[in-house]
Design a protein around this ligand. Sequence first.
Ligand code: NAP
Length: 252
Amino acid sequence: MRRVLVLGGTRDARDLAARLDADPAVSVTSSLAGRVRDPVLPVGDVRIGGFGGVDGLAEWLQVNDIDAVVDATHPFAARITANAADSTARVDVPLLVLRRREWEPGPADRWHTVPDLAAAAGAVPALGERVFLTIGRQGVDAFADGSGWFLVRAIDPPDVSMPARSELLLDRGPFSVDDEVSLMRRHRIDVVVTKNSGGALTSAKLEAARRLDIPVVMVSRTPIPVGVASTSDLEVAVRWLTQPHGQRPRIV
Ligand code: NAP
């Protein structure tokens, strides 16, 4: 029996847990941070809450006799990804990052790519007054001093300062392109701010912005730690986990 820890909080992590749970040779535990009030739970065993940094995660891996870890967390959950790299290296447990591909701009897109949320907040005033802020609930405070009007969409309410002139829209994807177009039209949006999460669940806003010829401020990801294997392909991750060590696909 191979014991696998999936660091989750994403659709990819739930899909992976479902695949592994169906394999009698694998015992899978999914881990969630516990941020979302009403999380969509993966099948199989689930634990919820932080581990207590690198030390805590390294200890958890040893106590639970884990054979492999897949970090399938959100591409912007950079701390847990760094912690997973450090703790698995310390206790010599193989680690694979499963991460969806980044969105790429098409010829009709008007993207302004920025390195972080502070840079995104700095880029907004030159692009428009009415802003669709779709970055999740974390980091909204980077826009708290913004002078424009903000439509802030998140699953749960932000627990940080909001821009003075804003409206909160609580909603969870997937969203359709038509709905995104009407939302942006209804609120007379001039500019969309988003993080380059990738994946199909929330990409409709990009197609909607393209159709409406609205600029998008796109926040780049933090790179995966150097030397850590990664894939965007769920099937590759499953084979990496389920085949004997010598027959695992090579992933760089
Ligand atoms: P983060 O900044 O990378 O992590 C902060 C701390 O939260 C970590 O040090 C760890 O605490 C705990 N943590 C994070 N993910 C965990 C997991 N899967 N299991 C157990 N503990 C976890 O993460 P974040 O950006 O706050 O995101 C939290 C979770 O929400 C992630 O699991 C991610 O997949 C999901 N999520 C994030 C975003 C986003 O935009 N950031 C979007 C959608 C979903 P300890 O140090 O105590 O272990």
